[in-house]
Design a binder for this molecule. Structure first.
Ligand code: SF4
Length: 592
């Protein structure tokens, strides 16, 4: 191990940049890591971190400079993709809570918020931490950092049924705790973590999966048999004295939330994005304003289908018209919009699914920024399971499914990212439907050499940038409420190094920057100019270009839906704080 670290250092000091392939070759020559795979890398990372923490003679003998330390940790990271998009992502899960929907394909695992299963990775972490947001964030941070990830910029993704169904005091507490977990220094955090864990133990809250499974089993069996609803079962399961006592701390005020947000503006780990998920029928100006006050920048909406007959057959209790209104509301309020769509729902056909997807990405009433495209699968606890045998649903063949998804990818415009194609369900939970975890690769392969515009396939991940080769281009498209401009820094081969979403509302009100994203390795906030695309000015040039374009289009001011941790950055660029956004006058734009 020591020799490998010395070899990495020698390579760095000789001016070369050892990459993953170099490391794999070097590990293969090491007798303790003969496969050169993740285990060898994991060992090496653990060895390096232990030497660093001990700061003994070995560490001193290496005389590692801070930039060499960063380069080594970057090289030893286990999952480069996790922070390759420019930020480290932390997913947290809310408490199980009644959902106002009744969708027949939706899992009813009463240990989890509606639609999630207790053996999904983020759900396991949530349950082990009593669904406490503070504990979940600290557990995830510890793992990311022990794997060598930089955690200065964090995107928080809040999962769990329908966010807007939760009571306001719980929403305030949950968000306050998320920010607090990133604001606290490591000593304070360890103390708070220990106190909080002891509190839940005192309350009698279980956290071991086997105990939780056996506690839930009798009620789960009733739910699976259709003798009890999910909402009824969790009402029973979580109204115990233990949970009543635990809930006594689950409230906060706007003042507490705002104090935690202000602290995060200058914290070591800053929130650069915050996402919740909800249903279109719960989106209106009131809920959008509340989500903004909570610090949200992105909203995931369950759309699933734009075919009213399919929505009705699935028990979605929603209308296409209501979905369109939700898109318009979120867009006008500046949010990035993530749509969940499902293929192969009850009543769907392959051609109908292709047409439906095309409507989603081209009809001006919809046009999300990001899509999670999930094929329907049969889960034992869902209502659909009990309808099986009555011709309620048949899974597509693998060929049919891949054909539908490949057509969807091909139809996706340059300003849309398909973030996912499967849920994190284990194959043991899937009674029927796709179980292939590499479905996306199969879909990509089926697309052959056809040009793909979709963002995820074009984004620069861990590759080196050549800024001189980049050019700035704009894609312009119209929605029911705005003209949208997607500004992108592109390489000659169509790769994308950064982008910005600019909304120019039709009513002539203030222009809005809905998203700025620059790819590259996560560079430390306020760090050097080296280390990736984040610090070579791509973001700033996108913002200046958006300001110029908005001014040329006749707008006198532009807002940005900044995240709490990016407020100082926008202040430096001339944006002033408002209650919900930051704003910059464009009056003098032409004189600059
Ligand atoms: S609204 Fe969402 S969480 Fe609720 S039942 Fe429908 S799919 Fe499940």
């Amino acid at each position: 191990m020591e020799t490998i670290i010395q070899d990495i250092l020698s390579a760095l000091r000789a001016g070369s940049a050892p990459d993953a392939a170099w490391l794999a070759r070097r590990l293969r020559r090491c007798p303790r890591s003969s496969d050169g795979g993740a285990a060898g890398k994991l060992e090496l990372l653990a060895f390096y971190r232990a030497a660093k923490e001990e700061t003994g003679p070995l560490w001193k003998s290496w005389a590692i400079a801070p930039e060499e330390d960063r380069a080594i940790l970057r090289l030893l990271k286990l999952k480069p993709r996790r922070s390759a998009s420019g930020v480290a992502t932390i997913t947290v899960v809310t408490m199980p809570h009644p959902c106002s929907g009744s969708c027949i394909y939706c899992p009813n695992d009463i240990r989890m918020p509606k639609s999630y299963l207790s053996n999904e990775p983020a759900c396991q972490r949530a349950e082990r931490n009593c669904f406490d947001p503070y504990l979940q964030v600290r557990a995830r941070l510890a793992l990311l950092e022990s794997n060598g990830h930089v955690t200065d910029k964090i995107e928080l993704i809040v999962l769990g049924g329908t966010w807007s169904d939760y009571p306001l005091p719980y929403q305030l507490w949950f968000m306050t705790e998320l920010f607090r977990a990133l604001d606290d220094d490591d000593v304070a955090a360890e103390q708070r973590r220990a106190e909080r864990t002891a509190f839940y133990r005192d309350c009698g809250i279980l956290s071991e999966p086997e105990e939780l499974a056996s506690q839930a089993q009798p009620l789960q069996e009733l739910v699976d048999a259709g003798a009890c609803t999910y909402n009824g079962a969790i009402g029973t399961l979580y109204s115990s004295d233990s949970w009543e006592r635990a809930r006594s701390i689950q409230q906060a005020s706007f003042e507490e939330l705002e104090a935690a947000q202000r602290a995060n503006e200058h914290a070591r780990r800053r929130v650069v994005g915050l996402c919740v998920e909800t249903r279109p029928d719960l989106v209106d100006d009131g809920s959008a304003t509340l989500m903004r006050r909570l610090g949200c920048t992105k909203v995931q909406m369950g759309i699933q289908s734009l075919d009213q007959a399919i929505l009705d057959r699935c028990g979605r209790n929603n209308t296409v018209e209501r979905i369109a209104r939700a898109f318009a509301c979120l867009r006008i309020n500046g949010f990035k919009i993530v749509a969940h769509m499902m293929a192969n729902l009850p009543g769907a056909t392959p051609q109908g699914d292709k047409d439906d997807y095309l409507r989603l990405v081209t009809d001006p009433r919809f046009q999300p920024d990001e899509i999670k495209l999930y094929p329907c699968v049969l889960i034992a606890s869902s209502a659909l399971m009990r309808l099986q045998g009555r011709d309620a649903w048949q899974p597509y063949t693998e060929e049919e499914l891949i054909d539908v998804l490949a057509a969807d990818v091909a139809a996706t415009p340059a300003y849309v990212r398909i973030s996912r194609m499967i849920r994190d369900f284990s194959s043991g939970d899937i009674v029927a439907g796709n179980k292939k975890t590499n479905l996306r690769q199969m879909v990509d392969a089926a697309g052959g050499d056809a040009e793909v515009l979709e963002i995820r396939q074009r984004e620069i991940a861990t590759g080196d940038l050549s800024p001189d080769e980049l050019r700035l281009s704009s894609v312009i498209y119209g929605t029911s409420v705005s003209q949208e401009r997607f500004l992108q820094w592109m390489g000659p081969d169509g790769t994308i190094a950064g982008f910005l979403r600019l909304s120019l509302p039709k009513d002539g009100a203030t222009a809005m920057i809905r998203e700025v994203h620059v790819y590259g390795r996560v560079a430390e906030l306020g760090g050097s100019e080296e280390g990736g695309a984040q610090h070579i000015g791509l973001g700033r040039s996108l913002i200046e270009s958006a300001c110029s374009q908005a001014h040329a289009a006749g707008f006198s001011a532009i807002r940005v839906i900044s995240s709490v941790g990016t407020r100082p950055y926008y202040r430096r660029l001339g944006f002033a704080d408002e209650e919900l956004y930051q704003i910059r006058s464009l009056q003098a734009e032409g004189e600059q």
